[in-house]
Design a protein around this ligand. Sequence first.
Ligand SMILES: O=C1O[C@H](COP(=O)(O)O)[C@@H](O)[C@H](O)[C@H]1O
Length: 261
Amino acid sequence: MPGKQPNLFAFNDVNALAPALRSYVISCQNAGLTRHDAFKVGVSGGSLPKTLAQALLAEPTSEEDTVKFDKWEIFFADERAVALDHDDSNYALLKTELLDKIPAAMGQPTVHPIDTQYLSDTQELADQYEKTLVASFAKGDSVKLPIFDLLLLGSGPDGHTCSLFPGHALLRETDAWVAPIEDSPKPPARRITLTLPVVTHSVKVAFVATGAGKKDIMKQIFEEGNGLPCALVNEATGERCSWFTDNAAVEGVSFPRRGFL
Ligand SMILES: O=C1O[C@H](COP(=O)(O)O)[C@@H](O)[C@H](O)[C@H]1O
């Protein structure tokens, strides 16, 4: 692995995990503000938005502990090719769990959903979303890949992350920033996703994985790797990668835990 190994943090439960996740996200936010006066973050769907909302909507404990949503640019690590109010939409999930609950006083983030006029053509949907990234990250001769300040990811029970699935040809994509997938093993089949080079180029990557249902795949990711997408991210990002887990998700996983300071 490059540099050191990923940071594996394990907490008693989600209530103990959430404040640590908050403090980690705020440190990434503040680093982004120092770098370019904005916080460019990519978020996943699945179980992540609920935990993220618990972390971010808590009362601040100090001046430093402030979420500055008006400086946030939120992108989607992956999205399903459905309308923005569809039950399968990652945007709809984030909106319900987090965006709709942000008090006006906390400022409002700039959110970049997919352009649903291209839903019938996932290649075009991906290309258009890549253009959204290009507009923010200024792709050009000197910018070969976007550099997110933080990607907040989940891990499926099969070891997928974003819409990058084990053994899928998409794992070998080297050119596109955003790619379509028409045969996702997890429904819905039609989606778009950030590609692996984009994910591993992020300044920081944080996974949130909780519950006993993740135990078996966590063992594989951390002990064997097996080319699983989450393991590929671990291997490529090393110490830039942090896992926020609960004890149930990492029971029996032989990998050193770090204390969260
Ligand atoms: O389909 C998806 O699943 C993954 C994992 O979801 P989880 O519920 O097991 O946390 C998610 O990260 C991704 O964004 C989503 O599209």
